[in-house]
Design a binder for this molecule. Sequence first.
Ligand SMILES: CC(=O)SCCNC(=O)CCNC(=O)[C@H](O)C(C)(C)COP(=O)(O)OP(=O)(O)OC[C@H]1O[C@@H](n2cnc3c(N)ncnc32)[C@H](O)[C@@H]1OP(=O)(O)O
Ligand SMILES: O=C([O-])CC(=O)C(=O)O
Length: 374
Amino acid sequence: MVDKKLSGAGLRGQSAGETSLCTVGKSGSGLTYCGYDVSDLADNATFEEVAYLLFNGELPTLDQLATYKAELNSLRDLPQALKEVLQRIPQDAHPMDVMRTGCSFLGNLEPENDFSEQNRAANRLLAAFPAIMCYWYKFSHEGVEIDCVTDEDSIGGHFLHLLNGKAPSEQHRRVMDVSLILYAEHEFNASTFTARVCASTLSDMFSCVTGAIGTLRGPLHGGANEAAMDMIQTFSSPKDAKVQMAGMLERKEKIMGFGHAIYRTSDPRNVIIKAWSEKLAHEHGDTSLYDISVACEEFMWDSKKLFCNADFFHASAYHFMGIPTKLFTPIFVCSRLTGWAAHVMEQRTNNRIIRPSADYTGSEPRKVTPIEAR
Ligand SMILES: CC(=O)SCCNC(=O)CCNC(=O)[C@H](O)C(C)(C)COP(=O)(O)OP(=O)(O)OC[C@H]1O[C@@H](n2cnc3c(N)ncnc32)[C@H](O)[C@@H]1OP(=O)(O)O
Ligand SMILES: O=C([O-])CC(=O)C(=O)O
């Protein structure tokens, strides 16, 4: 893994365009948004500041941030027609399918009519996603029709408040904020590339984001945080984790939350969320899941030189905050929407339809045999 060659299948190592939004694996800790190191942003900024940065290229002043947050806060409620659609989605639906439908349906109600409305569309989705997720979750699982508006100042706090029906602790607000910052943007990852391909046809923001949600859903991408949670919950102790993981590797199973398409030796987001996971474990009063996670990390590095990606310690961190596992990847959507939308806007400023070529491996030219003769 350390000497991983960034070439070959999956377009690995090939440049597919330009971006001024993000670098992955190039400088600083290995991840920068518009020139700022992600660890600096996680320590010294809020998610709303990062959203503003991605949409405008610069961090906001105090006044700009206040105006931006007031705008976002005014866009949180859901139209009645969308609530009715969410009510009809069954409890056993995949929550990423709920997000995909919620996004797509909102695009029917409040379409982006032309590109001058792109910021409105992006901000609307940013403000509404926590409610789309929680409204469906609370209605389908508890039969409760929640109020989609809270007086929470931040998107992270708003989400936790909607989910739990009460104000979260300061620590939980901060962890959610950091988590949203860490997940916000990551260059030409699969879901963002999907959004850019869609944008390159001059399609609308809601279509670009809907496609991106479908791409993030898979376990090789955003779905890994839920898969990691499901896995660590089956381990009874750090020792058991190592034994079970050895078996998984022997059976050539993929271990979710480990490895990365671009990073070679570490994912800079891991150390940040891992530290929060440890703090939350102590607050939780039972560190066993954290200790198991650390054992997994040690085992994977010692045996395969594979490291935790952003998803692995997010699993235990979210779990300690009482978030149901099935909502882990939808939270990723609430954050990555900023990266997706920023890339859609960037693609539109210098667009050419994205249409690569393929190397043909099929039959030589041949004639159709009449159907009765086949
Ligand atoms: C936020 C995010 O989206 S981060 C990514 C989240 N996804 C996951 O955690 C899923 C698990 N990880 C993986 O499947 C992969 O590491 C990916 C999809 C992230 C990257 O895929 P690739 O770039 O193709 O991986 P890479 O080229 O580094 O793989 C090298 C070798 O390590 C193996 N490998 C890589 N990751 C893992 C893993 N998590 N578990 C077991 N083996 C692995 C590959 O199978 C490959 O083995 P091979 O050479 O015998 O075929
Ligand atoms: O960059 C990638 O391939 C996957 C990833 O870590 C992300 O999207 O955050």
